[in-house]
Design a protein around this ligand. Structure first.
Ligand SMILES: NC(=O)c1ccc[n+]([C@@H]2O[C@H](COP(=O)([O-])OP(=O)(O)OC[C@H]3O[C@@H](n4cnc5c(N)ncnc54)[C@H](OP(=O)(O)O)[C@@H]3O)[C@@H](O)[C@H]2O)c1
Length: 320
């Protein structure tokens, strides 16, 4: 029997780390090298450097692979990728696994489209920031036909992830859990950003607040705090956000939409959305991280959007 060929589509902040870990695993097991593509193909250079093979299009990846993974920004990008996979030719017997965060209705529509074309679809969104993807420690939330989820087991735990939450066969369920998780993540960020502005305005200072957050709530919350204190909430000029503000806006809108449809509300998420949108409108000429909520809250407290740490790093002159 021919060895399984694995393909990868999407090399953003998450996809690059995930695909590198997958390629390292394939190489260590003498499996065929990963075939990858990305809209901006040069982002694959680090992947090529460890033995993966570039393809010119999504269609080429789909044609050549038995199992195709993708991790792209949003629902529209996923629909675009799925259309290209279906248009690539006979996809009978292939498995398509998408790791993007999308609305549950989108997962259901893509699953239908892929299965009607003869392949199987697994919705497999992930928990963990880009550094966690790079470290191969993501949490996968999978849903899809068991014949497909069983085929991807060798690539998740211990390769790209540290655990798998199996949501059964209904693909909408994994998207829903991912959205629920993001309600927590973005709400935590909102509260941490408020606490940092409080610490600055009261003279308490950021360092001692960060120590308390780490001691009291552990490394994840401390890492959220560090996005504020290191200035990562505004990536340096030419830099890329770990979790782009636009992606967080998409996630919160999916959460609010799902909450309304279910007859409930998410009031902290509504406040976080307001701050994300404000940050984006205040600084539209460079990428912003989802933690730029902090910049927006600073302006509401008569502070500059850019902290002294950002100004020093970017040579902007210090705050008066
Ligand atoms: N970053 C995080 O902390 C995090 C954590 C968990 C889950 N997620 C989710 O994971 C997904 C990817 O996030 P990310 O941070 O890696 O995003 P990102 O850095 O913005 O990368 C997005 C990827 O999608 C590609 N893309 C965008 N539009 C496309 C289109 N129309 N057709 C084909 N490809 C397209 C981009 O190609 P180019 O390189 O050419 O732009 C890039 O490869 C998102 O759904 C996000 O919500 C992110």
């Amino acid at each position: 029997m021919a060895a399984t060929q694995v393909g990868w589509i999407g090399l953003g902040s998450m996809g690059i780390g995930m695909s590198k870990n997958l390629q390292k695993h394939l190489s260590s097991t003498s499996a065929p090298p990963l075939i990858y593509t990305n809209r901006t193909i040069s982002r694959g250079d680090p992947l090529k450097a460890i033995g993966a093979v570039a393809a010119e299009s999504v269609g080429e990846v789909a044609k050549k692979s038995d199992i195709i993974f993708s991790c792209v920004s949003d629902d529209a990008a996923l629909r675009h990728v799925a259309d290209e996979i279906v248009a690539s030719g006979n996809i009978n017997g292939k498995v398509y696994v998408d790791c993007s965060t999308v609305h549950p209705d989108t997962s259901v529509a893509i699953s239908k489209q892929i299965s009607e074309s003869g392949a199987e679809f697994v919705a497999a969104p992930v928990f963990g920031a880009s550094a966690v993807a790079e470290a191969g420690k993501l949490i996968f939330v999978t849903a899809g036909p068991s014949t497909a989820t069983s085929r991807i087991v060798p690539y998740l735990n211990g390769v790209m992830g540290r655990s798998v939450i199996d949501m059964g066969t209904e693909v909408s369920k994994s998207s829903l859990l991912k959205i629920a998780g993001n309600v927590c993540v973005i709400s935590f960020m909102e509260v941490i950003c408020e606490a940092h502005v409080f610490a600055e305005k009261t003279g308490l200072g950021p360092a001692i607040l960060e120590k308390m957050l780490g001691d009291m709530f552990g490394p994840i919350i401390e890492s959220y705090s560090k996005r504020v204190t290191t200035g990562a909430y505004v990536p340096e000029p030419g830099g890329k956000a770990g979790f782009d503000v636009q992606l967080a806006i998409k996630d919160i809108k999916h959460a609010l939409n799902s909450a309304t449809a279910a007859g409930t509300s998410l009031e902290v998420s509504e406040i976080a959305l307001k701050h994300l949108q404000k940050a984006k409108s205040l600084v539209s000429d460079r990428p912003l991280d989802s933690s730029s909520i902090y910049g927006a809250i600073r302006t509401e407290a008569d502070l500059d959007f850019f902290s002294d740490v950002c100004k020093k790093r970017d040579g902007m002159g210090s705050e008066t």
